[in-house]
Design a protein around this ligand. Structure first.
Ligand code: NAI
Ligand code: MG
Length: 341
């Protein structure tokens, strides 16, 4: 019986977590959940965003499902203060979650919510695989005498494992995005991707694209992409760009995958303090994070697809939470999805 470490967190986190569990229970009756307080809730209860016991429980689980953490109550500029967000960094580092997967799948019922033309986003179904624990954001940095620097470092091993994650998620094509006409790290990236492709995934097509060209193509021909695999900063920028294809923050799920241990699944949005406690949060990003947990965390493709299809159908029938211009509550959206299951 797979055991899920459930970390509802703060703000609307617990509200959308409840919705996701209801949906998961409808398709996977054998899952068990152990709930832990993290983020601001952890600080209030234990004085830290994430206790050692909670970290140990996460490591021992089959997958981690997180709502959102943080909020004005715990915001502070004091140096050395405990921060709610420490829970996120602790989990990413502690679980070795180096691959961040962000599926971009504009839903037909919401094509009009995107700033892009319908003809462009129709049938877009892409996955951005972003390296999450290396590169420019983790390199040596400094500021001195009117000069500042950041360093971009990747090892062969770091590139191999993220490129593999990209190929494993692909059916037919991987686009490896780099800046190999300028950067040495990108030339290494390209060499490693080419070798992993030839040695381990020869039946999948590999193409290399420069990041500036890829940024253009994401808007001019988004259907071209199936899986994009790229380094930390390029992935950060491209995934925010691509999220606009879908229109709404409350819709987007994400998976962070690790080497050996459990993976973590969470919506892209935060704790939304402005709407907390009103029962109006859009639960779909969290419900779809549950679908990613089924697919990538537990290897249950059929159940994941059933959840995604139920979300599609519920939206097709017109259910809309406030962020999508409708009036449906969290509970009503959840019920509509459950009815399709
Ligand atoms: P946010 O994502 O919480 O909210 C941004 C806007 O989107 C708000 O107007 C909110 O009401 C709306 N929104 C977000 N999710 C929604 C949903 N499911 N349904 C309907 N509307 C939704 O980002 P913000 O306001 O910048 O941050 C609030 C707190 O959340 C901060 O403490 C921040 O640090 C934290 N945060 C946590 C994240 C995480 O746990 N992974 C990610 C981003 C922010
Ligand atoms: Mg970003």
């Amino acid at each position: 019986m797979p055991n899920i470490a459930l970390l509802p967190g703060d703000g609307i986190g617990p509200e959308v977590a409840t919705a996701a569990i209801e949906v998961l229970n409808a398709v996977a009756t054998d899952l068990t959940y152990d709930e832990h307080k993290v983020g601001g809730a952890g600080i209030d209860e234990y004085g830290v965003a994430m206790t050692d016991d909670t970290m140990a429980a996460c490591k021992a689980s089959d997958a981690v499902l997180l709502g959102a953490v943080g909020g004005p109550k715990w915001d502070t500029n004091e140096t050395g203060a405990v921060r709610a967000e420490d829970a996120l960094f602790g989990l990413r580092a502690g679980l070795g979650l180096y691959a961040n997967l962000r599926p971009i799948r504009p839903l037909p019922a919401l094509y009009d919510a995107s700033p892009l033309k319908r003809e462009l986003i129709e049938n877009v179904d892409m996955l951005i695989v972003r390296e999450l624990t290396g590169g420019l954001y983790y390199g040596e940095r400094g500021t001195k005498d009117g000069r500042a620097y950041d360093t971009l470092v990747y090892t062969v091993e770091e590139i191999e494992r993220i490129v593999r994650a990209g190929f494993r998620a692909a059916k037919s094509r991987v686009t490896s995005v780099d800046k190999a006409n300028v950067l040495d790290t990108s030339r290494l990236w390209r060499d490693v991707a080419t070798r992993i492709h030839a040695e381990e995934f020869p039946t999948i097509e590999l193409e290399h694209e420069l990041v500036d060209a890829a940024a253009m193509k994401l808007i001019s021909a988004p259907r071209h992409f199936e899986v994009i695999v790229t380094e930390n900063m390029f992935g950060d920028i491209l995934s925010d760009e691509a999220s606009m294809l879908t229109g709404s923050l409350g819709m987007l799920p994400t998976a962070s995958l690790g080497g050996d241990g459990p993976s973590m699944f969470e919506p892209v949005h935060g704790s939304a303090p402005d709407i907390t406690g009103q029962g109006i949060a859009n639960p779909i990003g969290m419900i779809l994070s549950g679908a990613l947990l089924l697919r990538h965390g537990l290897g249950r493709e059929a159940e994941a697809a059933a959840v995604e299809s139920a979300v599609d159908k519920a939206l097709d029938k017109g259910i809309r939470s406030r962020d999508l211009g409708g009036t449906a509550t969290t509970a009503e959206v959840t019920k509509a999805v459950l009815e399709e299951l």
